[in-house]
Design a protein around this ligand. Structure first.
Ligand code: G3P
Ligand code: MG
Length: 247
């Protein structure tokens, strides 16, 4: 049993270093490798479905093209999302968000990164989804769009929100406090957080989950800072690293 002091392993897009990102194969691999949480990215399709994909278009990570916001679930689900990575994964589909929740054990947390910057159409769809089946309790919603996060938090006070940023902030915890809603976690680019920033954040009751660190020397620096968890493409390797360091 891991205790609260131990660093959480957060699988980026599942286990994106070893499986096609944001597919069920990738999320299941992260779970099998001992991740505590997975991070994923969501967009809204033309017919209002929550689609798990990093880019705005299907082009890079499937055999189809086009913008998710212009495509229906049917068209998106027709795409092969595994073969571009390796023929071992051919037949993988671009998942709906609900499939990821169904595929993972209830004990696993899910960090939903909202990518859709097209407006507020996604808000009621996402909140409606998260309010069902106890999903709110296992979810952190993060975004680079902090206005969107504040809006979601005001609409659903039980939602945990995490601030994503790649800025060299003078006062990380102070910035979060200035939003005037309760922030659960900070998700800075890993190179842009230091020891003072982390200790201020943890003292303020914030979790600190830097992204995306893939190498042992990066993990070592973050452990020394006392971060709460690390977002990585290699959750299995990070788990093994932490077992050696933390037991
Ligand atoms: O949530 C952490 C990380 O995923 C943010 O950047 O571009 O990989 O979605 P990106
Ligand atoms: Mg992401």
């Amino acid at each position: 049993m891991r205790n609260a002091q131990q660093t959480r392993v957060i699988g980026h897009r599942g286990a994106a270093g070893e499986a096609p990102e944001n597919t069920l194969a990738s999320f299941r691999l992260a779970a099998d490798q001992g991740a505590d949480m997975v991070e994923l990215d969501v967009h809204l399709s033309a017919d209002g479905k929550l689609i798990v994909c990093h880019d705005e278009t299907l082009d890079r990570t499937s055999d189809q093209t086009g913008a998710i916001r212009d495509l229906t679930e049917y068209a998106i689900r027709n795409a092969d999302a595994g073969n571009w990575f390796s023929s071992d994964f051919s037949g993988e589909r671009i998942p709906l968000l609900e499939e990821v929740y169904e595929a993972l054990p209830d004990s696993m947390e899910i960090n939903v990164e909202v990518k859709d910057a097209a407006g507020s159409a996604l808000d009621p769809v996402l909140l409606g989804f998260l309010r069902e089946d106890g999903r709110l309790e296992r979810t952190i919603v993060s975004s680079f769009d902090h206005k969107l996060l504040v809006r979601l938090k005001q609409a659903e006070p039980k939602l945990r929100i995490g601030l994503l940023y790649a800025a060299d902030l003078i006062d990380h915890a102070g910035y979060a406090a200035g939003l005037n809603v309760e922030v659960y976690s900070l998700h800075p680019f890993h190179e842009l957080i230091g020891a003072r920033d982390t200790s201020d954040a943890v003292t303020s009751g914030l979790a600190v989950y830097p992204y995306t660190a893939n190498r042992p020397e990066q993990w070592q620096r973050l452990l020394e800072l006392g971060v709460s968890g690390i977002i990585t493409d290699y959750p299995g390797e990070l788990r093994n690293y932490l077992i050696q360091k933390e037991g």
